[in-house]
Design a protein around this ligand. Structure first.
Ligand code: SAM
Length: 207
């Protein structure tokens, strides 16, 4: 494990890093803005619950394999009865089939190699209700377009599998045959302390 990863294993350090580089409040707003109906939401790879405050009006389930981050989230959001934080691996099937109206897959794609992201997507499709939507938000590389300081940030990022817009567009429809790609977008998030790589967004609806 490299030094950056070791430091960010501490939930307090992760929280501080998110405030500087991760733009938590903007993430909360942009993740919430794409969900137009109430219901149960799974925040897959919820980390220390940094997106939760965007979902105070929903039945929120945060799942992360990292027990330390989940314990931190449970304590931090103990006053919110709608917030459930679960430490488990999605491959252990911690939820029933067709359980969620919404699944958020945010900022996690660039941490997963291609074979693993395909398997995770099948599990996320399994827990999503027919008619429900999976929302992908991820930072991406833009070969030939990213300036040097963005390339340096990408090199420092804990996620070593940063994908491109074309990778998502070529592979999303193969994640599961029950998914239909309804929306995609590529955008910049500005106004942070640190510059950000470009973001990719997609909405996949389960038939
Ligand atoms: C970079 S964090 C995502 C941060 C957050 N979602 C956001 O938008 O800022 C990725 C998280 O995915 C979690 N994760 C990776 N594989 C997982 C799995 N199989 N089951 C549950 N969580 C997993 C990791 O522990 C990590 O905390």
């Amino acid at each position: 494990m490299d030094l950056v990863s070791k430091i960010l294993k501490n939930p307090k350090m992760w929280d501080i890093a998110q405030k500087i580089f991760g733009c938590d409040e903007k993430k909360q707003q942009m993740y919430r803005a794409v969900m137009d109906k109430p219901g149960k939401i799974l925040d897959f790879g919820c980390s220390d619950g940094n997106a939760f405050l965007g979902f105070k009006d929903m039945e929120y389930y945060g799942l992360d394999i990292d027990k330390t981050l989940i314990e931190f989230a449970k304590q931090k959001y103990a006053d919110f009865p709608n917030a459930k934080f679960i430490a488990d691996d999605i491959f252990n099937k911690p939820f029933e089939e067709n359980f969620f109206d919404h699944v958020l897959f945010a900022c996690t794609g660039h941490h997963l190699p291609e074979d693993l992201i395909n398997k995770v997507m099948k599990e996320l499709c399994y827990v999503l209700k027919p008619g429900g939507a999976l929302y992908i938000f991820d930072t991406i590389r833009r070969p030939g377009k990213d300036p040097w300081y963005i390339r340096s940030l990408i090199a420092l990022d804990q996620g070593k599998h940063m994908k491109t817009e074309s990778w998502y567009k070529e592979n999303m429809s193969k994640f599961d045959e029950r998914f239909t790609v309804e929306e995609t977008d590529v955008f910049k998030v500005g106004g942070n302390f640190a510059p950000q790589p470009t973001w990719f967004y997609a909405k996949l609806v389960k038939k």
